[in-house]
Design a binder for this molecule. Structure first.
Ligand SMILES: [Zn+2]
Length: 334
């Protein structure tokens, strides 16, 4: 017998004054809250799957204030995720308890929880699914979408004109839920920025009030695909100002490039010591460096138009993950 690891609720607890750190005062364990609305097919949202990404809690607080005077136009299911990590102020407490990697089956009690919630949601014939997250670096709001159909595009366009098509990893929630209904991950900027909660709440309102999907989105949508992951040799030193003596010199304002197209022949980085520690690889690990970058003297120059995303000036994040991803429109992939 697998122990139940989450609570079931039929109403939101009072969230006034609750923070990520104190969330266990109202949600001692993960929770599934089922709220009844006028239309039965529910919108499903997930919050705090990553414990230090508090935007979802902010969305819930705004929702609670709005619900004091407005009936829900559609049923809403809320999954509250990694409250233990939230209490510790961390994304997750261990690699095995990354809540956004639980949704494609597995053998642990957490996998059983995710599988059970997914099956229950499937039976309720959901209208849409949204998973709320924050970013480490400064990025505009964007969604992760998992199909190119009109419903995928319509849903994504209600949040932001910026969207990335991705079909990995299969165990991420929004990709797994895509089998049931249009589904996105909403990346709401940095956790410290209150605009994220406002944008997330506006998105949820738009989806809750929608009666049906349209055949074409009526807002702008610029859809990209990730075609390369930019890595820095772990032995190389990194500097963020002109005249540094690091192996790799990047501009201090690097994060401003996120989601802005960098044209072919523009300088991407400088190499004060003359050797290039950058490599670009694809999802399968194939080396694409020569397709994207060339070294001209002490400069690294882009060989084609690319739009970077998830660029960060946090050296720890670069070491832990990567410098950034390069994106292109889906038709430019070949
Ligand atoms: Zn996240």
């Amino acid at each position: 017998m697998i122990p139940a690891v989450f609570d079931r609720l039929a109403a939101l607890p009072d969230l006034d004054g609750v923070t990520g750190r104190t969330i266990r005062s109202v949600f001692p364990r993960p929770a599934l809250i089922r709220l009844e609305g006028r239309r039965p097919n529910p919108v499903f949202i997930a919050v705090m799957q990553h414990g230090d990404e508090t935007v979802g809690l902010d969305v819930l607080k705004r929702l609670q204030a709005w619900m004091a005077t407005h009936p829900l136009p559609r049923s809403l299911w809320v999954f509250v995720g990694n409250v233990e990590a939230a209490e510790a102020g961390k994304r997750r407490l261990s690699p095995e308890t990354d809540f956004n990697r639980l949704w494609a089956g597995g053998t642990t009690p957490l996998h059983a929880m995710a599988g059970g919630i997914k099956a229950e949601l499937a039976a309720a014939k959901p209208f849409a699914a949204i998973d709320f997250h924050n970013n480490t670096g400064a990025n505009p709001h964007y969604s992760l979408v998992h199909g190119l159909g009109p419903e995928d595009r319509h849903l994504a366009s209600l949040f932001s004109p910026n969207a990335i098509l991705t079909l990995t990893p299969p165990a991420m929630m929004s990709l797994a839920m895509r089998k049931l209904c249009p589904s996105v991950t909403a990346e709401c900027g940095q956790a410290k920025d209150p605009q994220g909660g406002e944008a997330g709440f506006d998105f949820l309102m738009a989806v809750l009030h929608l009666d049906r999907w349209h055949s074409e989105e009526d807002r702008e949508l610029r859809l990209y695909e990730i075609t390369g992951r930019v890595e820095v040799n772990p032995e190389a030193s990194i500097g963020f100002e002109a005249g540094t003596d690091a192996d790799l010199e990047l501009p201090a304002s690097l994060e401003k490039w996120n989601f802005f197209e960098r044209p072919a022949n523009s300088v991407f980085a400088r190499l004060p010591l003359g050797h290039c520690p950058l490599s670009v690889i694809d999802e399968a690990g194939k080396d694409l460096t020569a397709r994207f970058l060339s070294v001209e003297g002490d400069r690294v120059v882009l060989k084609r138009d690319v739009t970077p995303v998830m660029l960060t000036t946090s050296v720890a994040a670069i070491r832990d993950d990567c410098l950034c991803y390069f994106m292109e429109p889906p038709e430019a992939r070949s």
